[in-house]
Design a protein around this ligand. Sequence first.
Ligand code: ZN
Ligand code: ZN
Length: 201
Amino acid sequence: MPLDFPLRCQCGHVRGVARDVAPSAGFRFVCYCEDCQAFARFLRRPDVLDTAGGTDIFQMAAGRATLTAGTDALRCLRFSSKVLRWYADCCRTPIANTAAGPRFPVVALIHSFMNHGADSLPRDKMLGAPLCRIYERSALGPLPPNAPAPPSLGLFALRASRVLGWWLRGLARPSPFFDVRANAPLSPPRVLTPNERAALE
Ligand SMILES: [Zn+2]
Ligand SMILES: [Zn+2]
């Protein structure tokens, strides 16, 4: 049954809600790419990575996620032209990855921002277990024993059909990270200098 999932940075300043969350209403995976690792290092939050440098991410329809407080502390980084990496400046909690513009119907919420209290269902129950791992060639060491399998072709098709479904059903908008009127990110993306980026390797 779909449930509302509270969103919250570590200190509680930035808050929100993800609505109608269910395993079938999202796509959970673990990403071992270098940019996700660099993001955690930039924030000095190695604790958000698993033992091999993986990030647990839940992609869902952008229009089903809302920020309700603390958007003044939202910041975003850009390592590549395609992805914006959002975090809470108050406590350096990684929040989400989005496309560079508001049209793509997906927000990729990072587990550190998905606050499931002690009284709620376990994360695996609410989101389903991670469906796959990606970019494992960039992993920092042996993958944890519970790491999900690499993606199959069927999984790519499943994700594509879910994303298309969100778009068709009008769940793409509004993205909580963009100003609808200005059609711009709520916080201007910061692009690291090559030296700053290299220091995160
Ligand atoms: Zn905070
Ligand atoms: Zn990644």
